[in-house]
Write a protein of this length. Structure first.
Length: 286
């Protein structure tokens, strides 16, 4: 480069940039073992894989709501990955969300893979279980609860206050429809399932000819692929100008924990004779 050019500030600036770019490029290649490059601003990279006859490598994501299909796909797919050992086919189970993800090309610390070939399982609640969850904590009027019981009669049993005496469902529905409210002043206080007496206030209690149900037993398959379960629902009468009945699922959290354990066991059992390893938790492969 001539002295005249060096005296030109713009030419000197461009020369300095070129030298810096060369030095930066050499440094990056040295640090990344020639797997990364420095590109000038504005340069775009075009992937031409779509124009090739075959893709550079096999990858994709399989999604399903069925445990059996997930297990079958995963176990049949790992046979095509002869380059990896069995330790590199992990399946991560998220029991809280009732889902799982298996990686086929995650690799390991010594031979990391891209992790972009996967299979995902996401269990879906059945219609009956969604309906059951929908009434948890809900307040019904007489007509609403009676109609709900009639709609789901194939899944239901009704029980008296002791929780053991089964009541006729037809009689339970009729008793709910016939709830009447009366008042009677009294100076005592007593809490009970279908009435509340308060001191120095008007007594408001349910008066009915037939025995009202205190518990429901709702039996259904909660998720596709999980075993049928029976859930207990507590009914409580809320008295007022118009009576209302509240519903609450008893020990729902315990039932959810049991269903999560069942999912874990089914997946571990399904992969027992394969090279897939299961883990409880989530894995971010970015």
């Amino acid at each position: 480069m001539t002295t005249e050019l060096l005296n030109d500030s713009s030419a000197l600036h461009e020369y300095t940039k070129a030298v810096q770019a060369t030095e930066i490029q050499a440094f990056i290649q040295q640090q990344t073992n020639d797997t990364a490059v420095a590109l000038p601003e504005g340069v775009k990279i075009a992937d031409l894989e779509q124009y090739l006859e075959n893709r550079r490598r096999y990858r994709g994501t399989m999604k399903t709501n069925l445990i059996g299909e997930f297990v079958e796909f995963v176990t049949s797919t790992i046979d095509g990955y002869s380059a990896y050992t069995g330790d590199n086919f992990p399946c991560f189970i998220d029991p809280q969300a009732m889902r799982a993800i298996a990686f086929f090309n995650l690799g390991d610390i010594d031979n990391p893979g891209h992790g972009d070939h996967q299979a995902k399982l996401s269990l879906q609640k059945t219609e009956a279980f969604q309906e059951l969850l929908g009434i948890n904590g809900k307040r019904f009027d007489q007509r609403q609860l009676a109609e709900w019981l009639e709609d789901w009669i194939d899944h239901l049993q009704t029980f008296a206050e002791d929780g053991t005496k089964e009541l006729s469902l037809a009689a339970s529905v009729a008793a709910i429809r016939r709830i009447t409210i009366g008042t009677n002043a009294e100076t005592t206080r007593e809490e009970k399932t279908f009435g509340t007496r308060q001191s120095a206030m008007a007594e408001v209690e349910a008066k009915h000819k037939d025995q009202l149900p205190a518990f429901l037993k709702f039996t259904c398959e909660p998720y596709q692929g999980l075993q049928e379960r029976t859930f207990t629902v507590r009914l409580s009468l809320i008295t007022g100008e118009k009576p209302q009945i509240s519903a609450r699922i008893v020990r729902l959290e315990t039932a959810q924990e049991d269903m999560a354990k069942e999912l874990e066991e089914k997946l571990r059992s399904g992969f027992e004779d394969s090279e897939v390893r299961t883990f409880v938790g989530e894995f971010d492969h970015r």
